[in-house]
Design a protein around this ligand. Sequence first.
Ligand code: FAD
Length: 489
Amino acid sequence: MSVAALLTRSWRRVSGCWAPGAGIRRLSSIADPEIKVCVLGSGPAGFYTAQHLLKHHKSTVVDIYEKLPIPFGLVRFGVAPDHPEVKNVINVFTQTAHLSRCSFYGNVTVGKDVSIEELKQAYHVLVLSYGAETNRILGIPGENLPGVYSGRAFVGWYNGLPENRNLNPDLSSETAVIVGHGNVALDLARILLSPIDLLKKTDITANSLEAIENSKVKRVIIVGRRGPLQVAFTIKELREMIKLPGTRSLLDPNDFEGLRHVVKDLPRPRKRLMELLIKTALESNAGKEAEFQAAATKEWSLRFQRSPLEIIPSNDGERVGGIRLSVTKLKGSAESAVAIQTEDVEDLECGLVLSSIGYKSHPIDPSVPFDQQQGVIPNKLGRVLHAPGMYCSGWVKRGPAGVIATTMNDSFETAESVLEDVQSGILDVSALKGGYKVIEALLKQRGICPVSFSGWEKIDSSEVTKGEKVGKPREKLLTVKEMLEVANQ
Ligand code: FAD
């Protein structure tokens, strides 16, 4: 079959995999050739980059490859189950996936099932949007003791990430310490302390719901190296902690005395955050507030200027018994202040430690530049340095921080760079490229059966149906095997 014929054939499914069909899928001509774009990763970065390209250039054809059989990255596996409104972005991504010039190929791990070199041969443009798949470690003695978990694994466990489904965290002690002062730390604390009736109405997995229902944890101490002026969480998440039913906020007034005069000069979002912290710590409650606090059976607190030194084993040495912290002093001012350890230490007794000190990206292939120090793909406005035709977006482009809206903006910026390079001729799109048809043949040889977007929609509807029976928005499938079975039905 000629390349031109390959380019214009449509595709149908045969025994779960895609095969050439009879109809015309999309037309391409020599005068207006298709620009074949391959996006690696189907989180917000992948979908927003695809959306912008498809909207602003009618000749682009975008194939999104995803290692899991299901799309949406951290929107499904990161965003907390009690934040359903955040997950509404999935509706926008679904509209993009339904466009005739967009295809989704789940269950394909780039770097393992197909190489970057092979994708470069098949596409004009590669957009690397594969996020941050691991986490930073504390790097202290005792970190591997039972009862110490990365926040990433804990989040993956309650959100149904297949690799974390068997985490089974030990929730048998009353005190948990979370290391890190970001939004993920507050998500972890909220999920640990939330009334079970609130969680029951979310898409939290059944096994984690049961474990949390039987959890003994009633005190969560959230520890950070720096002070109140440097916390990385935002006001929405703080407010949720303060208003969490049955849980009292124990903020030490000493940490906030003297901060009122600093607050007035801060930029507005941080000013509002600080005002809420100060109000909670320093103003005495009356009326309903006081009743709320008095009735609480659980509590959470923030511990400032403490840096983890060591996980202390329990008496039998079998698991975590506490955490030793170094008291720090701050050097520099405001948000850029750095924490320096002092000789003073503090031990906190606890039976659960969650380290929430950040996610981390990793290199995908030796042919793709990677800055190990910064943990990002070196780029200029999304153009990968010294790698023509390669672009990046999302957390792998700018580091693992920022909300979905930030990721949207940087993905649009990357898409603009692609469009500018096509327009200016820097990017040569004159050669005919085989796109998915070339990759499909390779995947077939390797026994990989990709999951299409309609395959994901079968998984989606099966999860929703299972969830309806127990009053939840969905009951997530927890293994890749189950997902593939449902997608291929
Ligand atoms: P990701 O969402 O991680 O997507 C990357 C995708 O690439 C994944 O689907 C992954 O499976 C895939 N992939 C990885 N390697 C490969 C490979 N080799 N081949 C193919 N595919 C691959 N933001 C908010 O606005 N509100 C919130 O409430 C919120 N909560 C959060 C909670 C947590 C715990 C975390 C960690 C983040 C949260 N965020 C929230 C931030 C938001 O999730 C990120 O801004 C966003 O997901 C980053 O998008 P991304 O596409 O770069 O990465």
